[in-house]
Design a protein around this ligand. Structure first.
Ligand SMILES: *Cc1c(COP(=O)(O)O)cnc(C)c1O
Length: 386
């Protein structure tokens, strides 16, 4: 969550350097004006190096990154794409935007995709799977990748919340055929609005690059107005100002993640008492610790804890109060989902039962020990009162 908490001087200097070098705000061309300043290009190069992939494309948002990646993977009408019930609505929007059919798998106690349920939802029409590293906790990628490999299905990681997190030696977002990150204002690092597509396959990135730029192939032998093209595209280009902010934020990513993880560890210590169980993580997880999530015995108790925290001037994040924007069972406004699941509200019972018993605390870089202890005191009191 804290990209916006560590923002200021470095970002300001990066943006100022655009104006000190000709003020070109467009990622392409104007070479004689810009004195070698290519912020978006530099952001892509540094980001791909940071996460260890060969190819990265900066775009306008995490949602457009997901859509562009699906397009580049060749997903379209007639294809089914499986994602998980607990995610932000954007994941399903991207599937619907490319004309594919959204299919929803249940989550397990990791609050990410349940690999056993994924297996059950695969059909001959399944073209891709989008596991989500919800709130920065790694999905069960080893199981998911092996299931998808066996069934010859593509994997796109929704790593909107996973930027800077790892599973074993691999950065989240880099294990599948493609990955998508978000730099919106509430994510680990931010460019205001923005996103990134990564892949290890040049062919996929080449398609994505052209698609996000009206089909422009940026042929080095042709001027832009005579540029070659093979497919229709759209405009999802990142601007130089966003690229500049991204460059400054990227230098802070490791520090942000380790600061969040410290707060997360403190919550695990302080909340280790009967009546509370923690969200599960796959072995060798090194999440971004965007939030601290735990389970209690009942939905009613989760709501009591939420109410007690609010009364004490503290907050929760998404769970248990706001599963609406983050739970597929609530998205009757998406007709393509409603077509698939006429009884949408009751369609993902395992997920609902798990989510309703969960409490999620937002982690902030401004959280000191005293604040963590205040949270834990309120929670302990709520549990003791029942
Ligand atoms: C934030 C988010 C997105 C969308 O990113 P934007 O940059 O806000 O468009 C997609 N998926 C998940 C899981 C998210 O949390």
């Amino acid at each position: 969550m804290p990209g916006y908490e560590w923002i200021g001087e470095e970002e300001s200097e990066q943006v100022a350097s655009i104006f000190a070098n000709g003020g070109v705000l467009f990622r392409h061309g104007f070479d004689s004006l810009r004195k070698g300043s290519y912020k978006v290009l530099e952001f892509e190069k540094k980001f791909s190096k940071h996460v260890g992939v060969s190819e990265a494309l900066a775009v306008t948002s995490g949602t457009s990154a997901l859509k562009i990646a699906l397009k580049a993977l060749g997903v379209g009408p007639g294809d089914e794409v499986i994602t998980q019930s607990f995610t932000f609505v954007a994941t399903v929007e991207a599937i619907v935007e490319v004309g594919a059919t959204p299919v929803i798998a249940e989550v397990d106690l990791s609050l990410n995709m349940n690999p056993q349920d994924l297996k059950k939802k695969i059909t001959s029409a399944t073209k891709a799977v989008i596991p989500v590293h919800m709130l920065g906790t790694p999905a069960r990628m080893r199981e998911i990748l092996s299931i998808c490999k066996e069934a010859d299905i593509l994997v796109l990681e929704d790593s909107a919340w996973g930027c800077g997190g790892k599973l074993g030696a691999d950065f989240l977002g880099t294990m599948g055929d493609a990955g998508a990150y978000s730099f919106d204002y509430a994510k680990t690092i931010t460019t205001g609005e923005g996103g990134m597509v990564v892949t290890k396959m040049k062919k996929i990135l080449d398609f994505a690059k052209a698609y996000h730029d009206h089909g422009h192939e940026n042929n080095p032998n042709l001027p832009r107005w005579e540029d070659s093209r093979s497919n229709s595209g759209f405009n999802y280009r990142m601007s130089e100002m966003q690229g500049a902010v991204g460059l400054a934020q990227l230098t802070k990513l490791d520090q942000i993640v380790s600061a969040q993880r410290k707060v997360h560890d403190l919550f695990s210590q302080e909340l280790s008492f009967p009546g509370i169980s923690f969200r599960e993580e796959p072995p060798q997880s090194h999440g971004t610790a965007d939030a601290f999530t735990f389970f209690v015995a009942s939905k009613e108790l989760a709501l009591v804890i939420r109410a007690d925290l609010v009364k004490a001037g503290l907050g929760t994040k998404i769970l248990p109060e706001a599963i609406s924007w983050h739970f597929a069972g609530s998205w009757s406004h998406i007709s393509q989902l409603k077509d698939q699941y006429p009884n949408l509200e009751s369609s993902f019972p395992e997920s609902r039962a798990i989510l309703e018993k969960a409490v999620c605390i937002p982690i902030s870089l401004r959280m000191d020990n005293a604040l963590v202890e205040k949270y834990c005191r309120v929670i302990r009191n709520s549990l003791e009162a029942v």
